[in-house]
Design a protein around this ligand. Structure first.
Ligand code: ADP
Ligand code: MG
Length: 731
């Protein structure tokens, strides 16, 4: 195999491509056919068992073991009819992927006969032999047990002939080892706090759900080219590669026609997604070549996140059929846009009222303003933590790269809403308001809110956290991430402000003897005043904003490793402990895990960089240099001295340049190994991660400068790695 790239390109050339998609007659009929949803449960469970599961889903009630047996039996019958042979607890440890360990339904009875078995115990709790997931010290090896426990609020589904049961993953002591457990806790805390405040406005509110619509961006590249790039294969991004002559400057890809092969791929994964109950709504090209986006209709947050993770698995799986590789990495290609996972977040009551949607009456608008302003204050108070929660090695390569918001939190509200907030500050004072003042405020300010919706259609795409008419859109979240963590932070922070809001309103109400509406205005004014420095309507990518943000006292997340520290700051520990979302031990464990993953990923990248430089780039450079040397020697024989001086010069120049780049690479490689080993020997993960960032990453960056220079000089024939123009433009 002398030339991977040539082979890959040949493979693409001869490959026949047949779309496998069959037109579906009725999408709705197939929807959620592979999900053990309420409809399936009603059919396969006794009325008693059905009611127990529904109470568990809707009210968080416990499920008795006896009933669990009945549920398991119904679930098994259903799953086997959907083709399942195995079952698995499906959970989200701190790796990039979901985890599963499949067990066959088959079992042996006492009399030796074989039968299909799946009982309540197998459904409710498992002990996966999973001691090697990152756990940040929460499990000592002698107590390495971790338990998965059924999460009935996310329906079981059949995927790849396997019954998948969404579960949480906790240690022997009940500490969260996964991303779902803290998320579920935060959803409960938010529900409780938001319900109490929503009851100010509507006594009948029983429940508030946090809802999420997740826009997923990704790249799709040809799998033969992908396989010829060790860096893409092992790190998810290109560590080297000169930018293509054409990239996204013509802006002709965004919303353009979707290439045929990708389109067929999309249709097929969408159809599979529908069967899994994932209601995908939109698909389109993104800004960079070969970059795309899909988004489902929003739904309850826990479900939305499970669906997003399942969707990512599904997309990778279906892509294989089309000889495509899906890149979820935030920055697979330098110099073109990276990918995000925009989290559209709102709070919706059990009767369907979106608390972040302006209503038709001053009263419903006051409700809207209450939830709007409490969210703003939550984001303000925890702006550093919230921004830190999206940090990872890969996302830090994307943020602030002039196509994604930088790592400073700010909120875009739209001009009209900013004016509304300002009016409240101006018109409400500490004094008791006269009836006229109140009426005026309600009519002039609160009554006019619905008009602003139009304003928000022309929204600011440079803001990391933007209000988009009836929801907030957190755009700094990375495409490869499980967004449970940022959502856990957001839910908890908002819950806290809602609790404070309620307490302050009730204090005013009882101490000053003012009406509740007026008390609400007073507290809103105070909240707005205290948090207004987070509001920013301008260009979030600009240099001026960075200066301005610092002047306002906002904290900038300097790097991923700095950001990780936010999780062990006393204020963070206080917040999460006070609301029972994460304990100090759980937070410290996460801090360890983030650093561990960060360090290990750079370690892998550095090794791959070494392989590329030494095994691919330098040999190609020498080969070409030799060819030039041959050429120069030949010229010397056939030309006069004078002609030679003139005509061999360019080649001689290239020979020297190549020599310099090769030498640079060898020197840098030498340093890279030294620094990598030094970093690796540091015993604690936080310090190790920092050393990798400060001492290893910059060397890799410099190596890249040299390899990219060589790419421009060396004969295209000899270059063994697929180039950017192929990775980004082969469709
Ligand atoms: P855009 O790219 O213009 O931001 P998309 O249509 O790609 O918008 O995605 C918007 C996402 O926001 C969708 O997933 C949509 O369902 C979701 N969404 C819409 N309304 C709400 C809401 N009230 N709460 C949460 N998500 C919402
Ligand atoms: Mg979109």
């Amino acid at each position: 195999m002398s030339n991977f790239r040539k082979q890959a390109l040949q493979e693409i050339g001869v490959r026949e491509f047949k779309p496998m998609f069959k037109e579906q007659t009725s999408l709705a009929e197939e929807f959620a056919i592979n999900v053990f949803d309420r409809k399936a449960m009603r059919h396969y469970l006794s009325p008693e068992a059905y009611n127990v599961v529904i109470a568990a889903i809707d009210e968080g009630k416990k499920i008795e073991r006896k009933v669990a047996d009945q549920i398991a039996s119904g679930m098994k019958t259903w799953a086997m009819q959907r083709g399942a042979t195995h079952y698995t607890h499906w959970f989200h440890p701190y790796t990039d992927a979901t985890a599963e360990k499949h067990e066959s339904f088959l079992d042996r009875a006492k009399d030796g006969s074989v039968f299909e078995n799946f009982n309540g115990d197998a459904l409710v709790q498992q002990e996966p032999d999973a001691s090697s997931f990152p756990n940040g010290g929460l499990r000592n090896t002698f107590e390495a047990r971790g338990y998965t426990a059924w999460d009935p609020s996310s329906a079981a589904f059949v995927f790849d002939q396997t019954l998948c049961i969404p579960t949480i993953f906790v240690s022997y002591n009940g500490e969260a080892l996964d991303q779902k457990t803290p998320l579920l806790r935060s959803l409960q805390v938010l529900d409780r706090a938001a319900t109490q405040v929503a009851q100010f406005f509507d006594k009948d509110t029983k429940r508030v759900n946090s809802c999420l619509g997740l826009e997923q961006e990704y790249f799709a590249v040809d799998s033969a080219l992908f396989k010829a790039r060790p860096d893409l294969q092992l790190t998810g991004r290109t560590l080297i590669g000169h930018i293509a002559a054409k990239d996204q400057q013509l802006e002709d890809h965004y919303f353009g026609a979707i290439p045929q092969r990708t389109m067929s791929f999309m249709k097929e994964f969408e159809q599979e997604a529908y069967r899994l109950g994932i209601l995908l709504k939109t698909r389109h090209n993104e800004v960079a070549p070969n970059q795309f986006e899909c988004a489902p209709l929003y739904e309850e947050a826990n479900l939305a996140i499970d669906h997003n993770l399942l969707l990512m698995t599904l997309m990778k799986r279906v892509a294989e059929k089309y000889n495509l590789k899906i890149l979820f990495h935030e920055k697979p290609f330098a110099g073109v846009n990276g990918s995000g996972k925009h989290c559209n977040w709102s709070m919706i009551t059990d009767n369907g009222t979106n608390l972040l949607s302006p209503g038709k009456t001053p009263r419903s608008n006051l409700q809207f303003l209450t939830f709007f302003v409490t969210t703003i204050r939550a984001v303000f108070e925890h702006h550093y933590l919230l921004m830190s929660s999206v940090m990872s090695l890969s996302n830090s390569l994307r943020l602030g790269a002039s196509e994604a918001p930088p790592a400073i939190m700010s909120i875009f509200t739209g001009r009209k809403l900013a004016e509304t907030l300002q009016s409240i500050v101006e018109r409400v004072s500490d004094k008791k308001m006269s009836p006229d003042e109140k009426t005026e405020l309600k009519l002039d300010v609160v009554g006019k809110i619905p008009e602003i919706l139009l304003d928000n259609t022309d929204r600011n795409r440079t803001s990391p956290f933007a209000f988009t008419g009836n929801r907030f859109e957190f755009r700094a979240v990375g495409s490869s991430s499980n967004c449970a963590l940022p959502m856990t932070v957001l839910n908890t922070a908002v819950a806290e402000q809602l609790v404070r809001f309620k307490n302050e309103v009730e204090d005013l109400f009882s101490s000053k003897k003012i009406k509740r509406d007026e008390a609400v205005f007073h507290v809103l004014r105070k909240f707005i005043e205290e948090s207004k420095s987070i509001l920013f309507e301008g260009n979030g990518y600009s240099e001026e904003w960075l200066k301005e943000a610092l002047k306002r006292g906002l904290r900038v997340v300097e790097s991923a490793t700095e950001g990780f520290k936010a999780f062990i700051e006393p204020e963070t520990i206080r917040l999460f402990e006070e609301y029972g979302v994460m304990s100090e031990a759980e937070l410290r464990a996460r801090y360890e895990i983030f650093n561990e993953i960060y360090a290990k990923k750079i370690q892998i990248e550095a090794r791959v960089m070494g392989d590329l430089a030494i095994n691919h780039i330098v040999p190609a450079a020498i080969k070409y240099q030799n060819r030039l040397v041959e050429n120069v020697c030949g010229l010397k024989q056939i030309l006069t001295e004078e002609e030679y001086e003139e005509l061999a010069m360019p080649q001689l120049h290239s020979i020297k340049k190549i020599g310099i780049y090769i030498k640079n690479l060898r020197d840098l490689m030498h340093n890279l190994i030294i620094e990598r080993k030094k970093a690796h020997d540091i015993p604690t993960f936080p310090e190790r991660a920092k050393a990798y960032k400060d001492d290893v990453l910059p060397i890799m960056q410099e190596m890249r400068l040299n390899t990219d220079k060589l790419e421009r000089i060396i004969d295209d024939e000899i270059w063994s790695l697929p180039k950017y123009r192929e990775l980004l433009f082969v469709q």
